[in-house]
Design a protein around this ligand. Structure first.
Ligand SMILES: Nc1ncnc2c1ncn2[C@@H]1O[C@H](COP(=O)(O)OP(=O)(O)OP(=O)(O)O)[C@@H](O)[C@H]1O
Ligand SMILES: [Mg+2]
Length: 300
């Protein structure tokens, strides 16, 4: 599949008006790149498990890279799902996000290419699960990732951090390092449960370490059209969070759940499926918000 196929699959198939404002596939997002000198660092976070954080990080990363952005995914979850989902075998994960945090490794030494042009990953390893204990007496331990990511300035436009399902030290490190948080919210009964705690944690991090941290947006995931509850939850979330909720909704789609076992983003596994089209549309919407933040007109 070519980059232009990916880009056109997104704009053809989506009903989202935001999609038409995406940078064309043959324009390497130059206007935005010139406006943004540092990489935009986005934490994909929600302490609730299985809500679509990793799926969103992988497919948003793929969509952004397909339209010319240079993207680095940082797998900060000991489960290593982002690494597996991008086809990185355990045996190939020589230096990981653990080394970034603990051994002061530089980003370039931990970065592996993926089969998608412009998309790289810092994989994770199981050793990451002991980090809370290992760093318990380390002063400044909440900023270790931030320190490490300073070495990523230059070669990347976007860093997407895939957080684990907890509000522990790893997620705190991600929030301290990021300019914005992207919150995937699953369309199910308990969706809003725990969100207050996440917002409180974001406020705490803002107050103590990272005053400019912002909520990039909330993306509704695993929306099931046949289920009334999905629609009710979506309405509820929009009522609470208004403009912060993306118009694009990610549907529940079996191709999305199959893709990781093939070590591929769904956008590559089945470009035309509803899940892929939704993630391409989400990327367009996110780029529009980025352009807005950078003071550029949509599509400029
Ligand atoms: N839109 C979707 N349609 C169908 N299945 C999905 C969709 N999004 C995610 N899934 C599946 O749901 C499961 C959880 O998704 P994912 O791993 O992205 O969530 P997560 O929030 O990263 O989980 P964790 O908290 O464990 O890190 C996975 O099996 C994934 O393939
Ligand atoms: Mg995950």
């Amino acid at each position: 599949m070519t980059e232009s196929q990916i880009a056109s699959a997104g704009s053809e198939s989506t009903k989202d008006p935001a999609a038409s404002n995406a940078a064309p596939a043959d324009e390497p997002a130059g206007a935005l790149r010139h406006a943004v000198t540092e990489p935009r660092v986005i934490a994909v976070a929600n302490q609730k498990g299985g809500v679509g954080k990793t799926t969103t990080a992988i497919n948003l990363g793929t969509a952004l890279s397909a339209i010319g952005h240079r993207v680095l995914i940082i797998d900060l979850d000991p489960q290593g799902n982002a690494s597996t989902g991008l086809g990185i075998a355990r045996g190939d994960r020589r230096q990981t996000s653990y080394d970034l945090l603990i051994h002061r490794a530089v980003v370039a030494d931990c970065t592996l290419p993926t089969e998608i042009p412009n998309l790289s990953i810092v994989p994770s390893g199981m050793d990451l699960s002991g980090i809370e204990v290992e760093l318990v007496n380390e002063p400044g331990r909440e900023s270790f990732l931030k320190r490490a990511l300073e070495s990523a300035a230059g070669p990347f436009d976007y860093l997407l951090i895939d957080c684990p399902p907890a509000l522990g030290l790893l997620t705190i490190n991600a929030l301290v390092s990021s300019q914005a948080v992207l919150v995937p919210l699953q369309c199910e009964f308990f969706a809003l449960e725990g969100i207050a705690q996440l917002l409180q944690t974001i406020e705490l991090v803002k107050h103590s370490y990272n005053p400019t941290l912002d909520i990039q947006g909330i993306v509704l995931t695993m929306f099931d059209q046949r289920n009334n509850l999905s629609g009710m939850v979506a309405n509820d979330v929009r009522e609470h969070f208004g403009e912060k909720v993306y118009r694009t909704v990610i549907p529940r789609n079996v191709r999305v759940s199959e893709a990781p076992s093939h070590g591929r983003p769904v956008i590559v596994y089945d470009t035309a499926c509803a899940g892929s089209r939704a993630y391409l549309s989400l990327a367009s919407e996110i780029i529009d918000r980025e352009r807005h933040l950078a003071g550029l007109a949509p599509g400029a």
